[in-house]
Design a protein around this ligand. Structure first.
Ligand SMILES: Nc1nc2c(ncn2[C@@H]2O[C@H](COP(=O)(O)OP(=O)(O)O)[C@@H](O)[C@H]2O)c(=O)[nH]1
Ligand SMILES: [Mg+2]
Length: 626
């Protein structure tokens, strides 16, 4: 039993890994997600329980390819048919764990292999349905202090069986690797053996069904292959091909395997050494595995930044475009100008009155009071030209952001248009009704914090446009802005000097004139524009100056423009958030990636201090070749 520091540090590392989102579909992302799941599971199902109870019985897992004779060997060693063997594949879905009856309590609780529910009844033949279970068989022929688990085939035709075989091998203190004279050079076992070598897992290799005439060749050849793969520490046994009796291999053929197991059953120090070897190897392998994951997480962070930047740039350009148009006088053209001229009278009137402000004011006042709804049409023209300006900018930003994302694999996947659109996120932009001002606009429906979340079909098409409620929200914002302009005018007019003038002029009328002033305040009009808009601007300016005095006009117009741009900015931010919410839901949070490296550093520090997972001691049982 060790101090709780190491298991605690390992559990913290496991939590940090589990909390790491790796949902962006970069090259290698699927592999990283699988590796993370494997690692987290191995920590939970083997490393933590083993670290907490070094005295628990040794668990030997028999692994190997289909039909190698795993079940037959186990049945032979026990002298009883405990695990179904046969030519029909797969023989059983439930792996069988055989232990001495007095050790049953170690395995009946979910101390190890916590993901597998236990059963104790007789074996069910056939592939079965439902999820995998672990069948426990207490048997007196199994020495106390060790258990053998008959795993599904590592190359099973059933994918879940293959995954289960790997999971069981990850929980083993000792791998008993079974292969046949005909199959030992196959690729699948060697992948697993390579993993065993990397992790320093204690290993015994049983070469089954060796034809008498091939014994002299095959045994040394396999031994050579093991040595070439760095597996010199593995014990190697050869079992000659023989006729089965009652489904069991004749005793002399398995005598060396039996002797080795019997000796291990008697020698608790040898068992403890094997346990320690495998545990050390697994603990030692964690650093490289976590570093690889942390590296991938950092790639995801960089990709996420690039995706966010794509969107931020496009929407910033949209805001600039609106601001430039407002400042540059573009809004004074066309409809707005026509309505303005209708509103205040003819062009001739404007020209004659430019120099005589007092008269202008009188004429304007008459115009305002002479109409039932003064300025309605001008006001509508201002509204619609502003709206179409902002909508066009937002539309372009959406289209260009989607286009930029499509050019990146992770972005294409988020849009649901990528080849590996694994990450799906259900996100919709929502505009709350009756909103006014930036505070009233909300975005809704994100799925933050989750593992790969998912956009419905058509996400790409939806995101490439403004969100469905955008037009209505924009109308509300423009009206809200107009209200704000009128407030500005009214507040300014409450000053004593201006009040009298404003009274003859109406807040409404002055407000409209101020809106026009906003559109042209900084001027910068050139050429032909001066001809049409210049007059408007100048008249607007002079009207306002007549009412409020010239210093106030500059401030008022600046305030009104700032308010307008802030509203547009908030709207564009909410539009951009439709994109960034997808990134947020899929990419790692930067602190989570840093937390993995921190937890690893702490774990490594404790591991070194515990001297577990240092250079592996010589573990393996003495090598016997037959
Ligand atoms: N003749 C002979 N047949 C064997 C031997 N080992 C296994 N078999 C047969 O090979 C088939 C598969 O064996 P099984 O133990 O189910 O293999 P497993 O998939 O590795 O568990 C069965 O039909 C066994 O009877 C052996 O040493 N000699
Ligand atoms: Mg079997």
């Amino acid at each position: 039993v060790t101090t709780p520091e190491l298991p605690n540090a390992l559990a913290a590392l496991r939590d940090a890994l589990a909390g790491l989102r790796l949902g962006l579909d970069l090259p290698g992302a699927a592999g990283a997600r699988r590796e993370r799941a494997d690692l987290v599971r191995q920590v939970e199902e083997y490393l933590l329980p083993r670290l907490r109870r070094l005295d628990a019985p040794l668990l030997a897992v028999v692994g190997g390819s289909t039909g190698a004779g795993k079940s037959t060997l186990l049945n032979t060693l026990l002298g009883e048919q405990v695990s179904p063997a046969g030519v029909l594949r797969p023989t059983t879905r439930a792996p069988v764990l055989v232990c001495n009856p007095q050790d049953l309590h170690w395995f009946s609780a979910d101390r190890v292999l916590s993901g597998l529910p236990r059963t104790t009844g007789p074996a069910e033949r056939g592939a079965g349905g439902g999820s995998a279970t672990l069948r426990l068989v207490p048997h007196a022929a199994m020495p106390a202090g060790m258990a053998i688990l008959d795993a599904p085939d590592i190359d099973s035709v059933v994918a879940t069986n293959r995954a289960l075989a790997t999971q069981l091998l990850d929980a083993a203190d000792l791998w008993i690797f079974l292969t046949t004279a005909a199959r030992y050079a196959d690729a699948v076992p060697w992948d697993l053996l390579h993993t065993a070598e990397q992790r320093g897992t204690a290993l015994a290799v049983v070469l089954n069904r060796v034809p008498p005439d091939a014994a002299r060749e095959v045994g040394p050849h396999l031994a050579g292959m093991l040595a070439d793969n760095g597996l010199t520490r593995a014990a190697l046994f050869a079992v000659p091909e023989s006729v089965l009796t009652d489904g069991r291999i004749p005793a002399p053929a398995v005598a060396p395997v039996r002797q080795w197991l019997d000796r291990l059953g008697r020698d608790s120090a040898a068992r403890a050494e094997i346990v320690r070897t495998t545990l050390s190897g697994a603990l030692q392998s964690i650093r490289a595995r976590v570093l690889a994951l942390a590296g991938h997480a950092e790639e995801q962070l960089a990709a996420a930044s690039a995706l966010r930047r794509d969107v931020a740039e496009r929407y910033a350009a949209a805001l600039r475009q609106v601001d430039d148009s407002v400042r540059g006088g573009a809004l004074l053209r066309g409809e707005v100008l026509d309505r303005w001229q209708e509103y205040v009278g003819t062009g001739e009137l404007m020209r004659t009155l430019q120099a005589r402000i007092g008269q202008l004011r009188d004429r304007l006042a008459a115009a305002f009071t002479g109409r039932p709804a003064p300025g309605t049409e001008l006001r509508q023209a201002v509204e619609s030209s502003l709206e179409s300006l902002v909508r066009a900018a937002a539309e372009r930003a959406a289209e260009q952001s989607a286009q930029a994302w499509r050019a990146r694999p992770a972005g294409a996947a988020l849009l649901g248009t990528g080849p590996g659109a694994l990450v799906r996120a259900g996100w919709t932009a929502g505009w709350t009704a009756g909103a006014s001002g930036s505070g009233g606009m909300t975005t809704a429906g994100g799925t933050p914090g989750g593992a790969p979340a998912g956009p419905g079909p058509g996400t790409a098409r939806e995101l490439a446009r403004t969100s469905p409620g955008f037009g209505a929200a924009l109308e509300r914002e423009v009206r809200g802005w107009q209200g704000r302009v009128l407030d500005l005018v009214a507040n300014q007019g409450s000053e004593r000097r201006a009040a009298a003038r404003l009274a003859s002029f109406s807040v409404n009328g002055a407000g409209l004139v101020l809106m026009l002033a906003v559109f042209a305040h900084t001027g910068g009009l050139t050429g032909a524009e001066v001809a049409v808009a210049g007059g408007t601007s100048a008249v607007s300016q002079k009207v306002l100056e007549a009412v409020f005095g010239d210093t106030a006009v500059r401030t008022l117009a600046a305030q009104a423009r700032t308010d307008l741009i802030e509203r547009v900015e908030a709207m564009l931010e909410a539009e951009a958030a439709r994109f960034t919410a997808l990134v947020d839901a899929a990419a790692p949070a930067p602190p989570a990636a840093a937390a993995v490296r921190d937890a690893l550093a702490r774990f490594e520090q404790v591991r070194r201090a515990a001297r577990l997972g240092g250079p592996p001691a010589d573990p393996a049982p003495a090598r016997t070749t037959r």
